[in-house]
Each structure stands twice: as C-alpha cells, then as structure tokens.
Design a protein around this ligand. Structure first.
Ligand SMILES: Cc1ncc(COP(=O)(O)O)c(C=O)c1O
Length: 409
C-alpha cells in the first residue's frame, strides 16, 4: 500500500541516545538517590546539581519589553543589531576587517543543517570527524547526503594525514568538498586544535581548492568555554587567508554561550573572498530560512544583542561565565588525574563540556555502558567510546569515578 509519507521520510525514526540515557538516570535517581552519577546531560549544572541559567543573561531578558519579545523579527536574515553583535562577539579581538555575511538561524543546529542542505545535492558526500556530535548524521540523512569520516586522532593529536586523505578522495570523486570541524572544545572529546593544526588544514584546503570548491563548516558551539576566552577568537583571522575557491561557514550558537539552549538563536557566519558566491550563499540561506522556520526568535536575538552591547551586563556575564570555565577545569583535572592513575584510556582532552573514554569495539562498549548503569553510573554511547559530561557532574561525584569506570571494564 502507498505510504502517507514520501519515500525519503518513510521509516525515519529519531533515536536520541542522550535523552534515553538521561531518562534511565532520572529513574534511578528517584529509586537510589545521591549515589547516582548522571553524566549524560550536555548542559551546565552547578556543584549542587542545579541547572545553570546565567543570572546576568536571564535578568537582562526580564528587562526586554514584552512587545519586543512578542514581535516578529525585523528581517529574515536576522535583526541588524543581532548580526552586528555577533560580528563584534567573534571578531573584535582581530585587528583587521573580516568580510563576512551573517544569517540568523535557530541555534547551531539550524546553521549546520541549512548549510548542508544548500551546499550538497542528495547523494553527495559530506565529511565529518570519526568522533562527533550525533545529529550530524541525522542532518545528512534528512537531506539524503552521504557521510565519510576523517580519523580524528593519531598519537593524541589531530590526524591531519587522514584529513588530507579523505578530503583528497572526495574532491577527486565529486569535485567538491564539504568538511565539518567542531572546534574549539570538541564534542565529545574536549579536544581543541592547535594553531599549527589549523594552519595545516587551511593550507591544504587552499591547495585542494584548485580542483573544486572547498567548504569548511567550523562548528563553534562551545567556543565561549575555551580556556583562552576571547583571545581564542583571533583564530578567525586565519579565514582571511582562504583561497578564492574556499568558503568557511562558522556555525554559532547562543545555547551554551548564554545558557540559552531553549531560546534557539544561532547564526551562519560566512566568509569567502568571492563576493558573488558570498552573496549567493546569503540568498540561498535566507530562502531556506523563509521556507523552513521563517524568522528566529526576536526575544532571543534582542537578548544576545543586549548582553553584548551593554557594558555592565557584559562584564557581569563574563565574570559569571568565567566561574564555570574554571569549574569545568577543576572537574576535568580530577577526572584526568584519576584516569591516569587508573590507566583509564581517554581521548585527548583540553577543555570544554565533555571527556570521552576510549572503547572502540561497539559490542564491548555496550557491555561496559550497561555495567556502568548497574553501578548507577550513566554515560552516553558515542562513536568510539563513552561520553562523560563534566558539565553536569559535581566534583564530589567525579572523585573516584575513573576507578569505578575502570572496574567495569
Ligand atoms: C557539537 C555541537 N554542535 C552544535 C550544537 C548545536 O546546538 P544548538 O542547536 O542548541 O545551538 C551542539 C549542541 O549540543 C553541539 O554539541
């Protein structure tokens, strides 16, 4: 019988591993109480296990007029103040002009998804890291795009050789490359590329772009939790040195930056030397916006612009956020030290919300995951391992956790 759904949507089921693991942890918490370690949630929790909503941000939201929150956004591309604030947020530490177009999107997810949709045809290949955020797969499947992985690490550093090999192969086969790089504070490992690694990526992209368009999606969802703070953003200056046939799309999100996960505000920040192609991208992105979600939340855009442009609110925000950057560092130090002491194999962590324990075999990974749950420890199964969300586990529960995990292996 003919289905109600069309052929590309028929049979699609969204299985959210994080949600599933989080529900199991919640149920166990009700039964077993404080012995439960819920390391599943990718949102910030304080040391008393309360969800963190930055006061500096959410007090500012209360001061935004109801009418402003209720109104439609002033443009499909995103409010002008919002776009200007994003420009300053990302580029003000750079001493030269960044030629970029900015398009508001519902979160970082909207930015990545719309980019995939508009850059590749169904059946074409996008390249992603071997360890990476699950929804990249969902998004690619939604648009009938195939995926190929570059290996993320070799000897605890970025595997640049694999990156070159896979991008060369795809360029040869389809005459176009689109590659996702989630940096800094990579989800799920907490790795941040070195400046030299970025230089090698850009040098390679510039050379390979002689054979066809080379698109880099730089997913920066966790950027404001890197330990260098705004100084890290000088990195973007490198995008001023892209060859004519290279385009970088920075996928920005206010979800982690402002603890505004539910507000759904993000952006595509597009950089390329080729003005005509820059304009084409902008037009296609605005068209997609109008046809899928229309405009981004006016209140959320106003909130970001307010936090960025009001000096008092901004300095309070920076202070508040820094407290959590420091807390993440303290939490990571506990877990890293104890992992070493207990020979627990983890991927190279530098900063950010997550650490991932290396378990390459999928069957064994599931066994360990289940054993951990029997011991009231809840992680998330990701490609290549088990993710521990430092962002949601207090220090007292991280103490001794590496050993408990090792004992289940
Ligand atoms: C790696 C990565 N990229 C992008 C996002 C997008 O988040 P949002 O759509 O909430 O902005 C997330 C959120 O968890 C993420 O972990």
């Amino acid at each position: 019988m003919k289905s109600f759904l069309n052929t590309s949507s028929d049979g699609k089921v969204m299985i959210d591993r994080v949600f599933k693991a989080a529900v199991a942890a919640k149920e166990d918490e009700i039964k077993s109480g404080d012995i439960v370690v819920n390391a599943t949630l990718g949102t910030l929790f304080d040391e008393d296990q309360n969800f963190v909503a930055f006061k500096s941000v959410w007090n500012a939201f209360k001061d935004i007029e109801d009418t402003q929150k209720a109104k439609y956004a002033s443009s499909i591309q995103g409010n002008i103040e919002y776009r200007e604030s994003i420009y300053r947020w990302l580029f003000s530490s750079i001493d030269e002009k960044m030629k970029a177009e900015i398009i508001a999107t519902p979160g970082g997810a909207g930015a990545i998804s719309s980019t995939l949709k508009n850059m590749l045809d169904p059946g074409e290949i996008a390249i992603k890291p071997s360890l990476g955020w699950g929804p990249y797969k969902t998004m690619a499947a939604e648009f009938g795009i195939k995926l190929l992985d570059y290996n993320m690490f070799k000897d605890n550093y970025f595997d640049i050789e694999s990156f070159k090999e896979v991008t060369n192969k795809v360029m040869k086969e389809q005459g176009k490359v689109l590659v996702i790089i989630n940096d800094p504070c990579h989800n799920p490992t907490g790795y941040t590329l070195t400046s030299n690694e970025w230089d090698q990526i850009i040098e390679h992209a510039n050379i390979l772009s002689a054979s066809g368009p080379f698109i880099i999606i730089n997913d920066i969802a966790y950027i404001d939790f890197n330990m260098k703070g705004n100084d890290w953003k000088k990195h973007f200056k490198k995008f001023n040195h892209l060859a004519e046939n290279v385009m970088a799309i920075i996928a920005f999100s206010t979800s982690k930056t402002l603890t505004a996960y539910g507000a759904r505000a993000g952006a595509q920040i597009v950089i390329t030397k080729n003005e005509e192609r820059l304009n084409d991208f902008k037009n296609a992105a605005i068209y997609s916006a109008r046809s899928i979600w229309s405009t981004v939340s006016n209140g959320a855009m106003s909130l970001f612009a307010k936090v960025e442009s009001d000096e008092k609110i901004y300095s309070k925000y920076i202070e508040e956020k820094q407290y959590y950057v420091n807390l993440l560092k303290e939490r990571s130090e506990i877990f890293l030290k104890e992992s070493k002491e207990n020979s627990l194999d983890i991927y190279p962590y530098k900063e950010g919300f997550f650490i991932t324990i290396k378990v390459e075999d999928n069957v064994y990974k599931e066994t360990v995951y289940n054993r951990l749950m029997e011991n009231h420890i809840y992680t998330v199964m990701v490609d290549g391992g088990l993710r521990v969300a430092l962002c949601s586990v207090p220090k007292r529960k991280l103490m001794g956790l590496a050993k408990k995990i090792k004992d289940c292996m």
